[in-house]
Design a protein around this ligand. Structure first.
Ligand code: URA
Length: 435
């Protein structure tokens, strides 16, 4: 294999040139082998962030991620399905969708990520469950899915290790919002895990990596085209991320909200999105023939307790403590709960959900450095959505934290994220488009 000078490749990308498949694959492989240090990979990521990737480069990057590990394939008779989100604030949909889908006859080998930039990650949320293991070799992962119809795991030394390392680096180098990098990261995981039916929850708005529908449509096209290059069909649901999703933002708090959902106490927005995304998988796999039929069986799975039983089965199978289903204190507690009170009256015109995500990193609900530990109990409960009416002194919510000073600073930042208008503001749709 040809050797390159990493500086020349960084320079080429910095100057806006396309890299060849061979150059991309060499760079990724050398990084994983340790001969390219993190500072050079970070420089390349920043150059990609500013200069972008062409479709051929994205496919080459996706291929290099996939071939950095092994791939799984399931028997033709198994309906293997998965959902992946492009990342949001308070986005705990996977925690409900996976057990619901698995309880309905789909096999869900969900390879997820950690918090990325201002957004939360499914793995961090799951790890708020004491003992819950997310690192598996490929054979163990497949066996878990075959036995329990679902496993929720992270990238590992055998499963897209290139994404594992580069994802963590992007998180702390402000190189997340690159459509090409997002596409390679998501599609490599889904192709490697063997998903046959895939729905992407493409988040749009202030808390998303794509701020508007035009940018979101471009990303959707890249996901669909890259999927086509690997024979992977992709369905995309565009969903509104202008308001944090549900009530909780923060790992243990989101886990509690997900458990409550499966106990039959869903919040309106999470219910709409969880049902729609799960319905897309049931329709794609032929387990339901109409959307109405899909929504009906999803509802029955939750109301009957089958989805909650499935979550308990998954937690136990992955080494977690199932007592969390009844004792939420096991998911992390904090010394302080600081109320966030509105300074004025008005209608919520805008919520800077990204600022909320970043503010919560101060109380350790997310990371500033790759090596930072998460405080699983830390986070916030946030009530209003765009269009809600707030009175002066009314609670916006509360911050849960162990560090009082950081918590007080977070309260200030969260308050500043809510812009009020004296005039009524229309409520926004949650589902914007499906392609
Ligand atoms: N989810 C991923 O897996 N990767 C990204 O880059 C963004 C969201």
């Amino acid at each position: 294999m040809q050797n390159y000078n990493p500086v020349e490749l960084i320079l080429a990308k910095r100057n806006g040139q396309a890299l060849s498949s061979d150059q991309i694959s060499w760079f990724v492989r050398s990084f994983l082998a340790g001969s390219i240090p993190e500072y050079q990979m970070s420089a390349l990521l920043m150059a990609i962030f500013f200069r972008g990737l062409e479709e051929g480069e994205i496919s080459a990057l996706t291929e290099s991620y996939i071939s950095s590990g092994k791939t799984i394939s399931f028997a033709d008779s198994v309906a293997v399905a998965d959902k992946h989100s492009t990342g949001g604030v308070g986005d705990k949909i996977s925690l409900m969708l996976a057990p619901i889908a698995a309880s309905l006859g789909l096999a869900v080998p969900m390879v997820s990520g950690r918090g990325l930039g201002h957004t939360g990650g499914t793995l961090d949320k799951l790890e708020s469950i004491p003992g819950f293991r997310t690192q598996y070799g490929i054979n163990e992962f497949k066996a878990l899915v075959e036995k329990h119809s679902c496993a929720l795991v992270g990238q590992s030394e055998e499963l897209v290790p290139a994404d594992k390392r580069i994802y963590a680096l992007r998180d702390v180098t402000a190189t997340v919002e690159s459509p090409g990098l997002i596409t390679a990261s998501i599609m490599s995981k889904k192709i490697a895990e063997g998903a046959k039916h895939l729905v992407i929850d493409l988040k749009v708005g202030s808390g998303a990596f794509m701020p508007d529908l035009a940018k979101a449509r471009e990303l959707a096209q890249l996901l669909i085209d890259t999927g086509n290059n690997f024979n992977q069909k992709v369905k995309v649901v565009f969903s509104n991320m202008n308001s944090p999703l549900g009530l909780a933002v923060g790992n243990g708090l989101e886990m509690i909200e997900a458990i409550e959902y499966l106990k039959g106490n869903p919040l309106r927005d999470t219910a709409i999105l969880t049902s729609e995304l799960t319905a897309q998988l049931l329709l794609s796999s032929g387990l339901a023939s109409t959307e109405a039929a899909a929504l009906d069986i999803i509802d029955k799975s939750v109301q009957s307790g089958r989805a909650l039983d499935k979550l308990e089965e998954i937690i136990t199978a992955q080494g977690g403590d199932p007592r969390v289903l009844e004792d939420y204190s096991l998911l992390g507690t904090t010394r302080h709960k600081i109320p966030i009170l509105s300074d004025a009256a008005g209608y919520v015109k805008q919520i800077d959900s990204r600022a909320i995500g970043y503010a919560l990193i101060r109380v350790k609900a997310g990371r500033m450095k790759v090596s930072d530990a998460i405080d699983f109990g830390a986070g916030a409960l946030l009530i209003p959505k765009v269009g809600s009416r707030l009175e002066q002194g009314e609670p916006i919510g509360e911050v849960h934290c162990n560090d009082l000073e950081a918590g007080q600073e977070t309260v200030k930042l969260i308050k500043a994220a809510y812009a009020l208008s004296p005039e009524p503001v229309p409520k926004e749709d949650l589902i914007l488009e499906i392609v």
